[in-house]
Design a protein around this ligand. Sequence first.
Ligand SMILES: *Cc1c(COP(=O)(O)O)cnc(C)c1O
Length: 395
Amino acid sequence: MTKQRGDRTRVVTAGRRAEWTQGVVNPPVWRASTHLYESVADLRAAGGRDTHHRLFYGRRGAPTQWSLADALTELEPGAEGTFLYPSGVAAVAAALLSVLQPGDELLCVDSAYDPTRSLATGLLRRLGITTRFYDPLIGADIADLIGPATRAILLESPGSLTFEVQDVPAITAVARARGLVTLLDNSWATPLLFPAIRNGVDLTILAGTKYVGGHSDVMLGAVTAAPGHFARLRDTSFQLGQVASPDDAWLAARGLRTMALRLAEQGRSALAIARWLEQQPEVARVLHPALPGSPGHATFMRDFAGPAGLFAFVLNGGDEAARAALIDGLELFGIGYSWGGFESLAIPVDPARYRTATSPDFAGPLVRLSIGLEDSDDLIADLAAGLARFRAVRG
Ligand SMILES: *Cc1c(COP(=O)(O)O)cnc(C)c1O
């Protein structure tokens, strides 16, 4: 096997097949509902279920979407194929619906993204699929939770809001031995920092809205399947009528070309800021997988190629008003949902609201930071002023 090229080379070249780019560098935006045929015979020949990578009808995509899907498949070692969705949540839903049926039980990590939890306790429940939430640090002991109806395990690592790193290889090994399907929400790491399929995952999910898009101006989701899992994912997604728009796929592909650079820089800056926060008396704890003491830190060091730019910190006491004083006055951090863009964001988070299997106990309120591409010294100065405002209100 030839040596795998570096991440920066891979994101620049991925998916740019000549048939998709048609002689220019970036695949153009193919904006179309109707695809035209030469004749009735030609139209008949194009029909059928397997229209993968063939012009057929707008809902099945065109080269703009195929190029991006190809790129994400190329970036995930061992993958068979990728399907795109109009959001990350749509990707989570399609992936789960492609493996579960009435009567099945899903094991879902307790630190899952809140809309993923809502999907499990809402739609899946209505369809007769039950969910058991499990401790993100459970590791190989997940075996004890597997019952006769258990069909799939959903992982998310690091977990949303609290950043526990899961022992993915241990859990996927148990799943494989017991004939279960594993799904991982890999939005934080992307395949560049954590190659999910190589770590035993069957369906790996990305909120492309975050690091792939990278500029806070596009909604997109993707599921990349290990061999044997793509056909069912594609059929289910076709039945659900899922299609990512060509304009969004084009924007996301543009973002992808700089993803390796952005991730490396945002990861470096976020770690420097996390280390600085750790030294501040107003901060009780920093939840960042690359810091010793963060839950699953040893697993992170073993399995990940590096850190991303999203983490949280716990304030030392204080209430809602003190936390708001910190966040409201920040000059460089926007207050808003999502993350992974070039600009920094800060939001208050309250993870205990979204837990049922575990109850993380923190000394004070939490703030989540998405670190952008600004100079880290400027971000630190902004946060230092914020901590002073927090202290003034907390007393
Ligand atoms: C944002 C997010 C999603 C959902 O992505 P959308 O594109 O916003 O629907 C899924 N998982 C995680 C971990 C996220 O942070």
